[in-house]
Design a binder for this molecule. Sequence first.
Ligand SMILES: [Zn+2]
Length: 435
Amino acid sequence: MWLDDPDSGKLVGRPIPDLAKTPFPTEIARYGAITPVMMGAKPGTPAFRHWVAAEALRRSADFWGDRISDGQWCKYPKLSVEIANGQAIDCYYTRGSVNIGLDANFPGGSIYAGESAEVVAHEVGHGVLDGLNPDVWDAGYVETAAFHEAWGDITAILSALQVPEVRAIVAASPSLYLKTSSSLSRFGEQVSKVLRAANPTHVEFNCVRDAARRFDYRDPTQLPAAASVDKLSTECHSFARVFTGAFLEILADMVGTQTDERGLIQTSANLGSMLVDAVRKAPVTTHYFAEVALALVSASSRYGGSYPDILSRVFVSRKILTNDQINRGETGFKSQALVPMPVVGFPPISAGRVSLPGKVFRLKRRVWIRAQPSCEESTRAAVIFARHLVARGDVRPFAIEAAFSSPRGFTHEIKIVGEELELVRVRTDCGLRGS
Ligand SMILES: [Zn+2]
């Protein structure tokens, strides 16, 4: 495999992965029962992409599986992964499967998203988080959609640190790799070339996203639906950078002076465990970043030492939490956690849904969306979320037949549920769309 991304230009050997291992078993669907031979698999070949993806799937699933022993995917026992070959479509997670499919003939050689371990790890991250808490996927809030993307990028960084060659590079120059823009902080270096050619303002000049680029928290209801890469918007990958940036600073400070390989392994393990704890405990609200941050501060107290101070300082300095919230141990926001949807039977109307005016979706009938009912703040957040989805063209127009497929990759659909219309999230659009 490439060290972390094909742009590294460095190939490293890795153990043969066992995709069927639990928890979090996966399968690469494209080849069915035929596994491409590993020997002689060269970069640029389908067999090479198979093994890069298989290794990255197993490594990232193992990172979370080591701290979620009973971990399961949200919908099916196995996560099915398709690595497209020669199809210029994007990368996404659909609650049952993952598609890694950005291939492009590009000046200087073909580019395949499937050759990037960090792209694969990001998609696994979506699946793990969805298994941990499906409400984060379903909720109609900017911050929950953004947290899903942040978790994907965090998965890519923490998984990269499980590769001995990556750790050795970071250990040799810890300030460079943990405190500034580096191959560790940059996501999707090579595939960004394709996206930059399509839209130069869509991505960084050297990657898709960079966790080292700092964005302090801002109220998403005050942000635009879309913006160039140097500004924040409500688009989930854009807003995710608030949390991913805080995560990288926390990782750097938790590593502190323990910059040897052992320190990096231990710190990444501790931070991973804290994140799992936090997602299990944080209520899914409109202010999800603050809820997770507060739960992380609480989880860090189990480890003692300087962890709680580090997390508190970073979250306060980035305006995700206030000192008062940390001292009180609660965010104090009015919005409440989503009521989980009943597993069996048609959900009662009041169970964690609100209906929005049809005009938000250019429809005559009201549309239900997953959000906390009877809460003005929550409804306002859901309206902004839905309006901005529509403005960006992320919602499949209702009049189009279900059989219609589009390279636009709609992330949401309006479905008829009983007598009602409901906005349903169908997939991610992992920021790799080239058009
Ligand atoms: Zn994503």
